[in-house]
Write a new protein. Structure first.
Length: 511
């Protein structure tokens, strides 16, 4: 068993009495800490770990009653049992001792057997109280952690390994006196290829070391089967065959085990080792709660990821449908999204904005579904009437996309991607910051890709020509058409636009 030796503070101004207590305590396996007066006793309590206090009443200066009162008034040390040893056997003094919080009294001259019996009983009661206090503290701490985790939960970007890292930081022992926490945690997880990876976490003071390790543990020892989950605990000397065998395997891998709590299912195993005390069902409950919350979030994130993949697939499907009667191909809508993401990232937009504009920029021309194919494919200059119909694709796109909040970026893009910073665009001749930032970004991105592609009325431009037209103008396209900040970003990263067009940075849409 990993039983820490109880430390007993003996307070008496008579050295003879301290020597007598030492002769009683040490042979029974207790560690004694001595103090000759009240102030020294309070200092020992502050600087050392004490489990019980044997306190003389009649001391010069600060008497035992005042020392006891101060101990019990201290939030950190108030649970330490105090036994008052006194020659004062009268009722009045015993009542006074009870009033200041003493748990028990022993009269001088004391009997060794009586002292040991009372110490054993009070340490047992304190141990039970400490377990309950520890369980409450851990549950409160992990509940607060869980609440914060749920508030910050992003199913699209959920990383199970990072979630486990966060949990380990909550439960592992990062201070020597946190005896209710393990010193080592080992995690086993199966990846999608069915390969098990083992991670080991070691507490190094306030820091935690994580390393990938190799463990040859039979599957049935570490993991549960048939869709079940197992939570178990082990203390040195226990006779549980399965857990004892697992401990033996771990020790062969140079992992010291004194006590252990394990959670496992078919594909995940968490083993916490070497608490500063014997582990109990309280520790099992805490570990089970933490792991179950993480696995629930993992499952939720997986479902959300599937939903998000389906959403992205539908966005690209609708975007491809809009290109069916146009000369552009599906690659155009993907590239425009990548250009937008590059610009947004360089403009220090939030990562969520970057992710959304990369996807929803694909729908910028969805309104072309309502434009006649003859107009879209006409090689000659459009008439005023035809040009008027062409310009309606911006408003038509908004109607197709609708008003759902998930599609608000796509709606802004569809409506404003032909607006120009100087007010010469359409459909509403917006200017400057009247144009939403999404529209100001995609205007340049769409222009770049349109010039790089051959059309029935124009040849394809190379990157250098396209860059020069956007930054210097050619009469039809002018620098003042673009947001100056967006244009400045393009000038700095234009080489990456070329890489996207040539396929080096092209992201693939979902299948």
């Amino acid at each position: 068993m990993n039983q820490r030796i109880p430390r007993i503070l003996c307070v008496d101004d008579e050295h003879l009495n301290l020597n007598l207590l030492q002769a009683v305590l040490l042979p029974r396996g207790y560690e004694m800490v001595s103090a000759a007066n009240g102030p020294e006793a309070l200092e020992k309590l502050r600087t050392e770990q004490i489990d019980l206090c044997l306190l003389d009443v009649m001391m010069p200066g600060m008497n035992g009653f005042e020392v006891c009162r101060r101990i019990k008034a201290d939030e950190e040390h108030g649970n330490i049992p105090v036994v008052m040893i006194t020659a004062l056997a009268d009722k009045e003094n015993r009542i006074k001792g009870i009033e200041v919080g003493a748990e028990d009294f022993i009269s001088k001259p004391f009997d060794a057997a009586e002292v040991l019996a009372r110490i054993k009983m009070l340490l047992h009661v304190k141990g039970l109280g400490d377990q309950l206090k520890s369980a409450y503290h851990n549950i409160a701490k992990l509940s607060a952690f869980g609440e914060q985790t749920i508030l910050n939960f992003d199913p699209v970007n959920f990383d199970f390994t990072m979630e486990i890292d966060s949990i380990i930081h909550q439960i592992i022992r990062r201070r020597f006196n946190l005896i209710d926490s393990p010193k080592i945690v080992v995690i086993g997880m199966f990846d999608q290829a069915g390969v098990c990876q083992w991670l080991r976490y070691d507490a190094l003071g306030k820091d935690i070391d994580r390393s990938v390790i190799t463990l040859n543990i039979p599957h049935k020892l570490a993991f549960a089967g048939s869709g079940k989950s197992v939570v178990a605990f082990y203390n040195e000397g226990d006779e549980d065959l399965a857990e004892s065998t697992l401990v033996s395997v771990l020790k062969r891998h140079m992992i010291p085990v004194v006590n252990m709590v394990r959670y496992s299912n078919d594909t995940f195993c968490l083993i916490a080792f070497n608490y500063g005390r014997t582990v109990t069902t309280h520790d099992v409950t805490v570990l089970n709660s933490v792991v179950m919350q993480s696995l629930f979030l993992k499952s939720l994130a997986s479902q959300a990821s599937d939903t998000e993949s389906a959403f992205e697939y539908l966005v690209f499907s609708l975007a491809r449908a809009s290109e069916a009667n146009d000369e552009d191909t599906g690659e155009h809508i993907i590239r425009v999204g990548e250009y937008c993401a590059l610009l947004a990232h360089h403009l220090d937009m939030p990562e969520k904005f970057v992710r959304v504009i990369r996807l929803q920029a694909a729908l910028h021309d969805v309104g072309k579904i309502h434009v006649s194919p003859a107009i879209l494919k006409k090689p000659d200059k459009l008439t005023d009437e035809e040009w008027g119909e062409m310009k309606t694709h911006t408003v038509a796109g908004v109607k197709i996309i609708g008003s759902h909040r998930r599609m608000s970026t796509a709606a802004k893009i569809a409506l404003s991607h032909h607006e120009r910073y100087d007010g010469s665009g359409y459909p509403y001749s917006l200017s400057g910051e009247q144009i939403p930032i999404e529209g100001r970004i995609i205007t340049l991105a769409d222009q770049y890709d349109a010039m790089r592609n051959a059309r029935c009325y124009k040849p394809a431009f190379d990157h250098e020509t396209t860059y020069r037209v956007i930054t210097e103008g050619d009469g039809r396209t002018l620098p003042q058409h673009f947001d100056p900040q967006v244009l400045a970003a393009f000038k700095k990263i234009h080489g990456r636009f070329a890489e996207v067009f040539e396929g080096a940075l092209q992201a693939c849409p979902p299948n």
